[in-house]
Design a protein around this ligand. Structure first.
Ligand code: NAD
Length: 284
């Protein structure tokens, strides 16, 4: 068994992340002393640091693993010794395991995390046609997870149409179950949402800094399910309005907790306790 864990999160503006506490508490519960540091490039002393420098420093200082977040999830791929096939397919890594020789392997637990959260929170939800809004960092993971979950037709909208088109093309190219994916313009969003069985928000809309909803919820029927990846706050305006219409909803905590559960197992070789991880996440 791992005797201790030294972990970190590399990203921009991550000081409020709940991930360090989830790993430190879970490590302690498994009698594995765990230190998890945020390595925030918005800190003045890291203003000039490159990802290569930070990764090299972590390897040299004996870190056992790293989580990687915005803006480095794609860039880190080229710096690793090995990349898990799922992460390579979606071109995004959020978890790096560093072995005792310094060898690095990249994984993506955002995909498995969203899928696990969806299975737990929206079990049995209709999978025919789903509209996904947002094709950025979280959106790429969500899109591939939805394809893995067996969504038959995935319609993707993003203010950056090229981003939506790129994600749709990548999903079509790699889907093992033949998911049909296509991009639409924002002018087609309401019409698509009105006839979809499910809606997923993977934009920052709903956060304090981006108030409102990414789509007009008056087009939802009571049988439409609605998922949000935003978790600051957990109850977004989109989810509140959808719930008021009687829709089943899924908040962003499932993805956030399950990505950490899967990463903890990769770092420690131990199964995390899902209930305990969730309680830690919600205790902030
Ligand atoms: P990002 O900037 O990489 O991507 C956001 C995408 O949304 C961009 O492509 C942008 O063009 C698009 N967009 C923005 N406003 C839009 C609108 N009104 N209509 C259509 N498209 C729009 O950001 P990200 O890293 O993907 O993060 C998005 C949200 O997901 C944030 O709130 C973040 O906190 C959250 N997130 C949650 C989890 C989780 O575990 N639950 C994980 C990662 C990110």
């Amino acid at each position: 068994m791992t005797s201790s864990l030294l972990l970190g999160l590399i990203g921009d503006g991550i000081s409020a992340s709940r991930t360090p506490r989830m790993h430190e508490n879970e490590g302690a519960a498994h009698s594995i002393p765990t230190i998890y540091r945020t390595i925030d490039i918005s800190s003045p002393h890291l203003a000039e640091a490159t990802l290569t420098e930070l990764l090299t420093a972590a390897i040299r200082l004996g870190f056992d693993g790293l989580n990687i977040t915005h803006p480095f999830k794609q860039q880190v791929i080229g710096l690793l010794d090995e990349v898990d096939p799922v992460a390579a397919r979606i071109k995004s890594v959020n978890t790096v395991v560093i072995d005792s020789t310094g060898r690095t392997t990249g994984y993506n637990t955002d995909v498995t995390g969203f899928a696990a959260g969806f299975r737990a929170g929206l079990h049995g939800a209709a999978t025919e046609v789903v509209v996904q809004i947002g094709a950025g960092g979280a959106g790429r993971a969500v899109g591939f997870a939805l394809a893995e979950l067996g969504i038959r037709e995935l319609i993707i909208a993003d203010t950056d149409v090229q981003r939506a088109e790129g994600l749709a093309a990548d999903i079509v190219e790699t889907s093992a179950v033949g998911t049909r994916a296509r991009a639409i313009g924002l002018d087609e969003l309401e019409g698509a949402a009105a006839s979809a069985r499910g809606i997923v928000n993977a934009t920052p809309v709903g956060m304090k800094a981006y108030p409102g909803t990414p789509v007009d919820t008056s087009v939802f029927g009571a049988e439409t399910w609605v998922a949000d990846v935003v978790y600051f706050p957990l109850e977004t305006q989109l989810l509140a309005e959808a719930r008021a219409k009687g829709c089943r909803t899924l908040d962003g905590s499932g993805m956030a907790v399950n990505q950490a559960i899967d990463a903890f197992e990769l770092f420690s070789g131990e199964k995390a306790d899902a209930q305990r991880m969730r309680e830690t996440f919600l205790s902030f």
